[in-house]
Design a protein around this ligand. Structure first.
Ligand code: TYD
Length: 218
């Protein structure tokens, strides 16, 4: 089984890089399921609304992200069982990074997400928050008018999120830190080099007919 998660702060380029990687893996003859969190399901929709309007507090949001993930995992596990390579844009590590940066306890966040298996590989796209926010505002003209203070608060928050991601990367073997500062092609080349090794191992696993035992999430 091969579950790849893309992580990083907003504007790191996860969507673009995940799509390019999926295309490359497909060209190699594998079936790929490309997905993301928050999902397009009922809980994911509620979360997006909460992110826009702040209608839930941080703890409720953390529980909703975990609930959305629980639903998402049923689909992910099904695809993995079918022998597909699964690429998810954001996974459990987003909850650990963002919700702990919002002030929630890391141990509690781990506990409410303990049902989620580790990804085989986490591609963490590392970028300076100022650079990332500049990318977002050039992509979405509405956000260019964001006031100075809001911008400053967002940068401060994303700096905290980045710190947690880097600490997670330091302590986890499955994390690959990829600098997202280069061009799209440079970043993609760097990602493919790291994924190549895992694809070779996945191929070996398939050949021997030894699919890792997967837990049932129903
Ligand atoms: P994002 O990837 O930006 O989705 P989209 O661009 O489609 O709106 O995710 C939305 C926000 O949700 C983003 O700021 C990160 C946040 N988030 C968390 O705080 N915790 C989580 O567990 C996840 C999955 C996302």
């Amino acid at each position: 089984m091969l579950l790849i998660a893309f992580e990083g702060i907003d504007g790191a380029g996860k969507g673009t890089q995940a799509k390019l990687l999926a295309r490359w893996i497909r060209e190699k003859g594998y079936d790929v399921f490309l997905t993301k969190e928050p999902t397009e399901g009922a809980i994911g929709k509620l979360l997006r609304k909460s992110l826009r309007t702040s209608c839930f507090d941080a703890r409720t949001e953390a529980l909703l992200f975990a609930a959305d993930r629980s639903e998402h995992l049923r689909e992910i596990m099904k695809k993995l069982h079918e022998g597909k390579v699964v690429i998810t844009e954001r996974y459990v590590y987003s909850s650990l990074a963002y919700q702990s940066a919002s002030g929630l306890e890391m141990s509690w966040l781990r506990e409410i997400n303990s049902f989620a298996p580790e990804a085989d590989l986490v591609i963490y796209l590392d970028v300076d928050p100022e650079v990332a926010l500049r990318r977002i505002s050039s992509r979405n003209s509405l956000r260019t008018s964001v006031r100075e203070r809001e911008h400053f608060e967002r940068v401060e928050f994303l700096e905290k999120v980045r710190e947690v991601y880097l600490a997670l990367a330091e302590e986890s073997e499955n994390f690959e830190v990829v600098s997202a500062a280069g061009t799209i092609n440079e970043v993609q080349t760097s990602i493919r080099r790291r994924v190549g090794r895992h694809l070779a191992a996945f191929e070996g696993e398939k050949k021997q007919g030894r699919q890792r035992a997967l837990e049932d999430f129903t």
